[in-house]
Design a protein. Structure first.
Length: 625
């Protein structure tokens, strides 16, 4: 019998993760039939595009090496076998001590030698780990399974038996099954962005739409030119380094504390703002000090089942958020009470019993917290955490800049001080919530508008802002750049308009009066998911043929598009315009209906991506029979 052929389009961490699960389950499910896996990607297998070695050495991960793994462990609930392997931190130590063989490029040797479990590695170092993982997967392939690499882009897919994947180099791959590991979809600008881009083209200005920072060429921006930057998250952090240190400036230790920036003279003048008007919170630099957290506690499978059983559609903020908020508060106060008992006035067991019986934001809950936690600084205020500039208005940009400096300094101090480890308790609870949400989302019980606006929009934005921020040094560098006059802060709720009379872009905000004029705008974020505006030629061709469609969320006769690739969440099969699942086409990634962002994750967390990879690999292997 001829071998079964699988084409995996996208050989980054997600594609390799599925390949690892195929290798693990093949001895059980493949039988005597051979399997040939075609990995199709113009970028190196393992790192793929985002984690490729060929990018700026200034760009870093926002995770510590002990929190990064590509391997399953005993906590992961799956049907296939667990195949443990080293985390990034463990891999570095194994290579350093000669227990694993890996060739480290000369530019990384110093970083490799100094890396600790609490460092924030460069993306180029992560590239080396992912490349090693791929080679280990190849070495683990059971008899009858082999991999063929195609360093080219997939541009077309013809249905049939077998299917035919057309590549940009003119070749084609015949495949019995096709898996698209789509990642974050590159997208053409939406209508508002298109108008700004058209205005820029008409007047000799520059407009950079949302994109992955490492893929954008910013060399056309002249030194000293004012630039409006919309976005204060991780894409902005990357941009900040590319346009400053990447242009020859340098950071030095200030004898008075913090960092000092020495400009090269080639930097533009960056004016940054966003909806919140503040940068993402820095990652914490400490561990929990109290007793092990009991998670999930108030947003668990039992709670999800109760919500799903309600005889009506759910609204996220009124029905779901109170349970999530209570879970975050439980993680926070569990650590505060057991890790810092001197700062509370109630025994934790007594507090926990009372806390469990009270609804979130009820008068009784507020009274309990106020009586048990005397200092307001030690109380969790989720509203203030989400919108720290709400209700604040300053007379001038300089006044606002002073306030924001103090805000960032306070955040850095808090995230570096283990006295505030309760914040890490809330962070761990938030990770637990992320693990429980898919079951609720998959039930289809959340109202369409609330699903897209509140869950996909606000909540995932809040998660990124609170839990997925930059390494602390990046915010120290931001303060140094502000002190040097290279960066200024625009504030919250910024608006950018095309001023035809002045032939310039003009920005205003809700934080102070006045405006800033500039010839350049940069959208410092990744594109929102959009099949309608997708830039990838393969996905675009499938969309135009009706073989790949944009997911619609429907409730009470309301039908709204999420922008994501429509897949059947139970088995990752691709759905067509008629809602029919293709028997031999699959797609997985953050911009599919599964909404699974991370290709790698923390060890020992029963990570959802690993569970999805395992189920998908076994579904594909069953096709071979």
């Amino acid at each position: 019998m001829a071998p079964f052929t699988l084409a995996i389009v996208g050989a980054g961490p997600r594609g390799v993760g599925v390949l690892e699960r195929i290798a693990a389950s093949a001895p059980e499910l493949l039988g005597d039939r051979g399997l040939v896996v075609h990995l199709i990607d113009p970028f190196p297998p393992g790192p793929g595009r985002v984690w490729r070695y060929d990018q700026s050495p200034l760009l870093r991960m926002n995770s510590m090496p002990e929190d990064v793994t590509m391997f399953t462990d005993e906590t992961v609930v799956l049907d296939g076998p667990v195949e443990p392997g080293p985390s990034l931190s463990e891999w570095v130590e194994l290579v350093r001590t000669g227990r694993l063989d890996a060739e480290i490029p000369a530019p990384l040797l110093a970083e490799f030698a100094e890396l600790s479990v609490t460092s924030f590695p460069t993306r180029r170092l992560q590239s080396q780990y992912l490349g090693w993982v791929y080679r280990r997967v190849l070495a683990s392939l059971p008899p009858g399974v082999r991999v063929v690499e195609h360093a080219s882009r997939a541009v077309g897919l013809r249905d049939g038996s077998p299917q035919e994947v057309r590549l940009a180099d003119g070749s084609a791959v015949a495949a019995d099954a096709v898996l698209l590991t789509v990642g974050h979809l590159d997208a053409e600008p939406d209508e508002p962005a298109g108008e700004l881009a058209g205005f820029a083209a008409a007047h000799g200005l520059r407009y950079y739409p949302a994109a992955y920072t490492a893929d954008v060429d910013y060399r056309a921006i002249p030194p000293g030119e004012p630039v409006l930057v919309r976005g204060f998250g991780l894409a902005f952090v990357d941009l900040l380094l590319v346009l400053t240190e990447g242009r020859g400036g340098r950071f030095e230790e200030d004898p008075c504390g913090g960092l000092r920036y020495v400009p090269s003279g080639r930097e533009p003048a960056l004016h940054v703002g966003s909806r919140r008007g503040v940068p993402y919170h820095a990652k914490t630099g400490y561990r929990l000090r109290g007793k092990p957290l009991v998670l999930p506690r108030f947003f668990d499978s039992y709670t999800v089942d109760k919500l799903v059983a309600l005889p009506r559609e759910l609204d996220f903020f009124s029905d779901v958020w109170p349970h999530i908020a209570k879970e975050l508060a439980w993680g926070y106060y569990s650590e505060l009470f057991t890790g810092h008992p001197e700062r509370v006035e109630l025994d934790f067991a007594v507090f926990a019993d009372a806390f469990a019986d009270l609804e979130w934001e009820s008068a009784g809950m507020r009274e309990l917290i106020e009586s048990a936690v005397p200092s307001e600084v030690d109380r969790l205020d989720l509203g203030l955490l989400d919108r720290p500039l709400s209700g604040l208005r300053f007379g001038t940009g300089e006044e606002f800049g002073k306030h924001l400096r103090e805000y960032v300094e306070a955040d850095l101090a808090r995230r570096a001080n283990a006295e505030f480890s309760a914040d890490l308790g809330a962070f761990m609870a938030l990770l637990s919530v992320i693990g429980q949400l898919p079951a609720l989302i998959g039930s289809g019980r959340i109202a369409a508008r609330s699903q897209l606006s509140d869950v996909d929009g606000w909540f995932h934005g809040f998660f990124s802002y609170f839990a997925s921020g930059p390494p602390p040094r990046r915010l120290e560098e931001l303060l140094a750049l502000h002190q040097a006059g290279v960066v200024s802060f625009l504030g919250a709720d910024i608006a950018i308009e095309a001023d035809h009379a002045r032939r310039a872009f003009v920005a205003t905000s809700g934080s102070f009066p006045g405006e800033v004029e500039a010839p350049t705008v940069i959208e410092a974020r990744l594109p929102d998911p959009s099949v309608r505006r997708v830039a990838d030629p393969l996905l675009r061709a499938l969309r135009d043929a009706g073989e790949l469609v944009e997911e619609s969320v429907t409730s009470n006769g309301t039908r709204l598009s999420s922008g994501r690739v429509h897949t059947r969440v139970s088995d990752s099969r691709l759905l067509d315009r008629d809602g029919v699942a293709h028997p031999r086409r699959f797609a997985v990634g953050p911009h599919t209906s599964a909404r699974s962002a991370a290709a790698f994750t923390r060890p020992r967390t029963n990570a959802l991506p690993f569970r999805q990879n395992d189920a998908l690999a076994r579904e594909i292997l069953r096709l071979t029979r």
